[in-house]
Design a protein around this ligand. Structure first.
Ligand SMILES: [Fe+2]
Length: 176
């Protein structure tokens, strides 16, 4: 018997519903993240890390605008819903800030770890959204979502680079 493809087994209407629901979730997540990034930036000790969080704050504002354009490209009004996953990730980030506030040499590494968990959640969400947009041939939405996916991936790479350079700088300090 011929194998059914995914797109054949899920009627387009259901995929559309999932697409819109995920769009609302990530719009909520991005809005929640704005507040979180402010806290991460305030807590960061390294200038480079603070700069990375501030840059990503501006990027996130742009991503929110881009998401509104995704909604309008499919003739919908942008509506956000509370993202429980982002709320949990940000709650953990706050716990980390509290736990390591008296250990500045560990705090930055912990902040990077918290921020990368956020980025990976976003990468997963945007990755799925790009796929759904492609399957439903929402070309404009697909293009917009792909741009944000790339920004999130670049942020993740940047955070890894900072983690490595800061860890090396810390080790050099110790060997002096
Ligand atoms: Fe984002």
């Amino acid at each position: 018997m011929a194998k059914q493809s995914n797109s054949a087994s899920m009627p387009n209407g259901h995929l559309h519903e999932l697409f819109v629901d995920e769009l609302r979730d990530i719009l909520g997540a991005e809005k929640q993240l704005l507040k979180g990034l402010k806290k991460l930036s305030d807590a960061a000790g390294s200038e480079k890390l603070k700069q990375a969080f501030d840059t990503h704050y501006e990027q996130t504002e742009g991503q929110i605008e881009r998401l509104k354009n995704v909604f309008s490209s499919i003739d919908l009004t942008a509506r956000a819903k509370k993202c429980k996953a982002m709320a949990g990730l940000l709650e953990e980030a706050e716990e980390i800030i509290e736990s390591f506030s008296d250990q500045p040499e560990v705090l930055d590494a912990a902040l990077i770890s918290a921020a990368q968990k956020v980025e990976h959640y976003e990468i997963a969400s945007y990755g799925c959204l790009v796929t759904y947009a492609k399957l439903m041939q929402h070309t404009e939405a697909e293009e917009l979502l792909r741009q944000t996916l790339e920004e999130e991936k670049q942020t993740d790479v940047l955070l890894t680079e900072i983690a490595i350079s800061e860890a090396n700088a810390g080790a050099e300090e110790k060997n002096k």
